[in-house]
Design a protein around this ligand. Structure first.
Ligand SMILES: Cc1cc2nc3c(=O)[nH]c(=O)nc-3n(C[C@H](O)[C@H](O)[C@H](O)COP(=O)(O)OP(=O)(O)OC[C@H]3O[C@@H](n4cnc5c(N)ncnc54)[C@H](O)[C@@H]3O)c2cc1C
Length: 504
């Protein structure tokens, strides 16, 4: 008899979602985590009275019918979304796009967003409105189609009698658009002098959530991404770690067992099935059996670290190769006086260092500021800031980060002067998170972020790659579901849990 029904390797949002759901539904679940705390990339670093994000700082998926909304209902803790609890709050504007001569706030209400466009790009207003309306229509269709197949999504709003036919029709029309990109919607209108500026404006909205430019993204996927702010961008009191803590608490409440400071060193295979894991806790090593194993770690980690059989490793390596190039982050963490933060900036901004170059790599800077209402993140009158860029893995491997991190930190601060004048004079403390630090936090091999390749035939739009070449081994996490954010990561966790529950 295996010791557990399910063993979950890793307590990122993907692993925590699966573990807590399965435990609540009555299965015996063991959660194994290498770090001393849960959360993976959803963690915080405490220094000098400040608490900094380790990356994850902008949240979505909490709106009506969205993934966390569903999850919290499932655990009967939906009150944490209520305004009175004030734990999770919608942020307005969700995002600010910064161009050399423009600052555009992306509000959840389209009318308010159109007012911004009217102010910044008056001659493009009509085209852009048509563009967003068409994009929103596609996004709405996708949301409703998924609603029928996903418990966490929306109810279907089609008439009962021809529901099936309408779904089929919408699905077909979306599939036909798969190989088109969203500029084909925009360029239907006449090109104006500002077209290239508009292209960067739309690129930056996609890059913020997807790390892909418009020409690299299919029409259905870009519509979903451009629709995120409309469904709501949120802030969490206590940051990403608070979300991980909520899921961990539910897991424990229903009797789940979490073991920390424990590294899974091998997934043991018998008769082509994953049947147990070899775990190291300090100096002791033990084998623990599970009917199912869920790995909250990328395919490349499974291949390189966890599977010893050569033939099986090869199968994982084939999947990994299809996933496209990886990115690694570099972040500068700053504790600052809040008076340097310009009032209209909001909590999240994206901009280019140099608008003469393409919006990619270290040319794109993501800036997140802790919300003024979250007093747990900084001393009174102060704020914590995380400024990040992502560069290709092969470029990063040529950099000696230990030697260069201070120089790169200074460069970042100098750059931030453009966004927050005089910031250098108001910094209390400054730290860096290099790609190696991120590797350590997530235990990922050097491929920290794998932007989802939506043209790839391994996943396809809304693909479900949780099945692996090994029987009884499922994979969750941001490598296992389209999109590179916690909402998609949680979805991957739900899908894997549902799959196992169906087999019981
Ligand atoms: C710089 C940066 C900024 C980001 N910003 C945002 C954002 O603003 N909004 C957003 O939604 N998303 C953001 N993301 C993405 C988001 O953080 C991730 O998609 C999500 O947290 C990944 O969760 P996960 O479950 O896939 O895995 P992870 O968070 O990587 O967790 C995996 C866990 O498994 C453990 N583990 C792995 N292997 C083993 C093993 N063998 N034994 C034991 N334990 C193991 C690790 O220690 C880790 O705790 C950002 C990511 C980065 C890097």
């Amino acid at each position: 008899m295996p010791d557990y029904d399910v063993i979950v390797i890793g307590s990122g949002i993907g692993g925590l979602t699966s573990a807590s759901l399965l435990q609540k539904r009555g299965l015996r679940v063991l959660l194994l985590e290498r770090n001393p705390t849960a959360g993976g990339l959803c963690n915080m670093i405490s220094k000098n009275g400040y608490r900094f994000d380790t990356g994850t700082s902008l949240f979505w998926g909490f709106g009506d019918g969205e993934v966390f909304h569903w999850l919290f209902h499932e655990f009967n803790i939906q009150n944490i979304l209520s305004e009175t609890e004030s734990l999770i709050r919608k942020i307005e504007p969700g995002l600010q796009i910064i161009l050399p001569n423009h600052r555009v706030n992306v509000y959840s209400e389209r009318e308010k967003f159109y007012d911004e466009i009217k102010r910044e790009f008056p001659s493009d207003l009509a085209n852009l409105m048509k563009f967003y309306q068409e994009s929103d229509r596609i996004e709405g269709d996708i949301f409703n189609i998924l609603g029928n197949r996903h418990p966490y999504s929306f109810k279907n709003h089609y008439q009962k009698n021809n529901k099936g036919l309408k779904r089929l029709y919408t699905l077909l029309s979306i599939l036909l658009k798969k190989n088109r990109n969203i500029f084909q919607l925009y360029n239907r209108g006449s090109r104006t002098d500002s077209t290239s500026e508009i292209e960067i404006f739309i690129d930056l909205q996609l890059i913020f959530f997807l790390h892909k430019r418009t020409i690299q993204t299919s029409l259905p996927l870009s519509s979903v991404i451009l629709g995120i702010p409309q469904r709501g961008i949120y802030g969490i009191k206590g940051g990403a770690a608070a979300l991980a803590h909520i899921l961990e608490r539910e897991f424990i409440k229903y009797g789940g067992k979490g073991v920390y400071d424990s590294t899974v060193e091998e997934i043991i295979i018998k008769k082509r099935r994953a049947c147990s894991v070899r775990v190291r806790t300090k100096n002791s090593v033990s084998d623990i059996g599970g009917k199912w194993i869920i790995a909250d770690t990328p395919v490349s980690n499974i291949e390189e670290n966890l599977i010893k059989k050569k033939k099986k490793r090869l199968q994982f390596s084939k999947i990994d190769k299809k996933m496209g190039p990886a990115l690694v982050p570099f972040s500068v963490l700053l504790g600052v006086d809040e008076k340097v933060i310009p009032e209209p900036m909001g909590e999240h901004a994206i901009m280019l260092r140099d608008y003469e170059y393409l919006p990619e790599g270290d040319n794109v800077i993501f800036v997140s500021v802790s919300p003024s209402w979250d007093k747990s993140r900084a001393p009174d009158g102060k704020r914590s800031i995380t400024a990040t860029y992502f560069i290709p893995e092969d470029k990063s491997s040529k950099i000696n980060w230990e030697m260069e991190k201070d120089k790169k930190k200074e460069e970042m601060i100098l750059f931030l002067e453009q966004l927050m004048p005089f910031i250098s004079d108001f910094i209390d403390c400054a730290y860096t998170l290099t790609p190696e630090d991120y590797q350590h936090i997530s235990l990922r091999n050097n491929r920290i972020i794998r932007p989802f390749n939506n043209y790839s035939n391994i996943y396809g739009f809304n693909g479900l790659p949780f099945n692996t070449p090994l029987k009884k081994l499922l994979i969750v996490g941001d490598n296992a579901f389209p999109g590179t954010g916690i909402a998609h990561t949680a979805k991957s966790g739900i899908r894997a849990a549902e799959y196992i529950l169906k087999k019981y």
